[in-house]
Every structure is written in C-alpha cells, then in structure tokens.
Design a protein around this ligand. Sequence first.
Ligand code: CUK
Ligand code: CUA
Length: 621
Amino acid sequence: MKKWIPIASGLLAGFVAATISFADFSKSTNDQVASSNTKSDAEKVYVPFGEKDDYYLFASGGHSGQMFIYGVPSMRHIRTVPVFSPDSATGYGFDEHSKKLLGDYTWGDLHHPAFSETNGDYDGKYMFATDVGNSRAAAMDLETFTVKDIINVPNTSGPHCAAFVTQNTEYMFLPTRFAVPIGSEYKSLDDYSEQYRGVMSAVTFDQNKDKLNIAYQVALPPWSYDLSDAGKKSSADWAVMTTYNTEEATTNLEINASQADRDFIVLFNWKELEKMVADGQYDEVTGQKMIFPEKHKGGIYLVPVAKSPHGVDVTPDGKHFIASGKLAPSMTVFSFEKAFKAIEKQDFAGERNGIPIINYDSIMEREVNPENALGPLHTQFDDKGMAYTTMFISSEIVKWDPKTGETLDRVPVQYSPGHSVAAEGDTVSPDGKWLIALNKIAKDSYLSVGPSHPESMQLIDISGKMKVIQSSPVNPEPHYAQIIKADKIKTIEVYPKDENNKLATYKQDQARIERNGNEVHVYGIAMRSKFIFDAKAKRPDVIEVNQGDKVFLHLTNTDFDEDITHGFAINQYNLNMEVQPGQTNTIEFTADKAGTFPMYCTNFCSALHQEMTGYFLVKPK
Ligand code: CUK
Ligand code: CUA
C-alpha cells in the first residue's frame, strides 16, 4: 500500500491531506481497476433513457425537513418527498391531512431514515424518520411516497440517533441527543445531574391504521446519546447506542464533554423492557410509561468504550457490534455472545446511575487502528461481511476485516464523509456492489453557486478495488441514507375509488356546493382540463362566497390515469394543494379577503392545462 500522508489533526489538515493523497492514489490504482473490470466507469453508471436504476437511494434532507430520492447507480435525483416541512410543489402542509401532520411546525431536521424490515431484510413497505429539530417521528408509505403519520415525542429533545428499526419492525427506537428535564420543564442547569434525563423512546407503527404510537420510554442518565443500531439474528432482541458527555457537562461541550477517557455504549434488551412494561415496572409520567433504570432494574447495560464514540453498527450476521471512535482513532469490535455471557455471570465492573457496567475486557474482541486514519464515524458492510468505515478527518473510506482487523483497502473522498451507505447495507444480507459516501463538504467539485457549496454524494464501486466513479451534488444535508433494491418497491398507479368516502365526488353531475350558515362545503372535481364545483350552475367552475365564510373544498381527481396529477391554487390566498389520480383532498380556509381571485391548476396536466381555471369570488361584507 502506498505510504499515507500523516495528518496533524483538525479539519483543515484533513482537507489538505486528502487532496494530496487523492492525486497520489489515483496514479497507483488506475491500471488495476482497468484490468479487473471490462465495463468502463462511465458505462457502469450510465442508465440509458427509458431504462431504470437498480436501486433507490433514500437520503435524508437534514434541516430541509425533506427526503431526497435518487436512483443508483446513475445518481439521478428522482423526487423530493416533504416530511417535516411544508412544500409548495406538492401542497404538503396546505391540505387538511398534511396540515394536521405538521401542526405548528414549519421546519424539521431529518437525520436518519430507516426502512421497515421483515426478517432483517428491507421489505419495501415503509420508511421511518426522526426530526432532531422539533422532536418528532414520521412514517412514509412506499406505495405512494407520502407521509402517513407524524407524532410529537414528549420528554425528549432531539431524537437524533434513530430511527433504527428492529428486524421485524416491532419498534423504532429514538434515543435523544439532548438531555432535558422530564416534560421539558424549567430546571436550573446547576441541578443537571439530578433533574435532567436523556429519554429514549420505543415507538411502534400500526400498519393497518397507519398510526405511530409511543409504547414506552426509558429515562436514561443525562448524557448525549448518539448513533444506534438494532441487533440481528441471534442478537435480534437487543440494540446498541453510543453515548458521550458522560461527564454531564452543561457548557462548552466541545471541551467539557471530551474529558473522560471512556464513554459508554448502552446495550439493551428490548424484549425484556417490553416485559417489564407489561409487568407494570414503570412510572406513569406526562402520560407516558417511563422506565427509570435506577428503580426498574433489568434489560439495560453499559459497555465502556474509547472516549466520545460516534456510530455503533451491528454486523450483518448479528454477532458483533462495532463502535467508531470519533475522538479516538479506532474502531472497537465487541462480541454479543460474550456480552450475553458476561451478563449471565454478572461480570460487572461497577455501575453508573444504577446501570451495571460490563467488564470491557470480557467482551472486547479487538481495537482496530488503520494507519493514519482519523475520525472514524460510521461503518457499513458488504456481502462478504467486510466493514467500510468513514473517516471524517482523513476524508476517506477504509475497508477492513472485522474478523482480523486487517486493513484491506482505502479510498479518498471529497471531503469529510459523515455516513456512508451500502446497497441493502443495514440488512442481514447486504448486496456489496455499491457504497455511497455522504460528504459534508464538496469544496470545488461542482459549478460554484456562491460562498456556500452543495454537499456531495460519491458513488463507490466496491465490487473490486474501491473506486469513486460518480458523484452527485445534494441539498443540505444528507446525514444518513439507505439503499434498497428497486424491485422491492411497488408503487400504486392511481388511488383506488373509495365509495365510502363521503368527501369524494366521482360523478360529474354530483359536483355541488352546499351552504350551512356561514360554512360553505364544495364537493368538486378536477379532471382534464377543467374544474367542476357546481354541476348545475351557469358557470360550474366558479365558487362564490361571502366575505368571512368558512370554506371547505373537497376536490377529487377523477382522472384514473397514472401520472395525471392536478393542482389547485387560489391567487393571493396562499393556498395550494395537489390531487393525485383518483385522490380526494381537502383544504379549509376562511374567505377573509373580499375580491376576485383566479383559481388554477398548478400541475401541468394536458395541452389545455392553461385553460384549467376558474374564479373565486368573495362578496364584501
Ligand atoms: S450523525 Cu454521524 S455524521 Cu446525524 Cu448520523 Cu451526522
Ligand atoms: Cu390540471 Cu393542470
């Protein structure tokens, strides 16, 4: 292997070193790559028009509150799905259903998306996500790529480190990044250790009712909980998450939370916690079932780990969990089997806050320190069980063997990768083939758009020697992503007719406007290329109301043809919604402005889309 350039420390040094080593590296490996693959890199990523990608990439949109959908390997951006923030392209946050989902919030910070799983494999049904900004969880359905439910998660502030789901989607766990007093009450920071908690939530999803629900919560010590993963196969009942700030610092965390040589991994048995809750081993707090570990004993253990760890990832075979150092330049491999034995034998080295600490030496298998690799954050896996760890500071991906600790390969990326994501990477059987580095900083990779540059996602061919072969700019900010086989996702073509839906109007002659006092209910139709609000009126595409009336507009798209989506907007009324083929959608508002306001279809639907208009007339008081 080519000599690596030593790196002092810090981000800037990382950039410089990565730039130098990038040039170095490409020279030494180009020949190998060319001879080992018959397809050129360009051919590997080229998906001709009319053909489709092999995989979907679901990338978190960070503080845009959205989810970005890309195709792999082309890295073409296919769709943006709004989740935690309003979106005028789809009318999300304007119609009644999505308005209720968003509540009063107009932004969110989506970090970690997670597919629903069956037997440890992505089943292509749902995508879950959490909002660090406003403490929410969401479920998106993959038949329609729309959000079905969002819940606020009380007692917790910043469920950063999840979603991660158990192997049959029994739970999505939401550990928290910030500790707060229970109920977010006011408590002095001087009483931090006694009054603050890092609450983890166990959330379930009812697939029949499309409803998220908080099953129980755990009032962990007031530390910052970071990345987490669910067990697999023999460790399926377990889950792991990292902590930092076990120092319980309340200010200047960059220094004060980095003092202790060791922080912890929290290892918990969710089957046991579930049983404790069933047995009444919890306190009722702010309407939630809260387990207090110092009082309700069992199911939770601490594992010491090198200072301020970041990610922790379970190997596809479920036998090991690997912590990435962040501040310590090493990956630590732990054995689940040894942990189970240690717990059975009560091989503990004391406790913290009533939680037993498992003896480090009893369960640690190896500490892996690739030469000059700095800032390990997250690990993904291929089809052979090999590990790929992102190095934030030395800006590279390191491939290594968890069984021996041997470094097998490394590739520079531009720059500062947080996560990477492998094809089917969090399942019990990853695909190999592709890995995408989610880089925090693209620098000069793309055309300049001003002082702030886009982030970048770099596609790496991992079928042989790792090589970056494609890249794609991306809006802020892909924290984590998941890649699923395209054929697992089965979208519907149109919304099915629902004769029980009283708000739907499928027959043109039934389009009507009903008045009840100062409430006006419109049962309208959108079709190529007109609106029908009142079939019997002289002008069926006009709605006339009195100033101050409350208007309920129920609009059904009666074009049962794939992709014939209509939009609906009223000029100057800040209203905009979408009705997909077959769908009925409702918008409610008060006609508080008197005047004449054109209404129109916002979504191009036919050659006569431009004619798909009407008037909203509001008679002054
Ligand atoms: S965290 Cu580790 S780099 Cu939000 Cu997944 Cu960002
Ligand atoms: Cu309907 Cu444009």
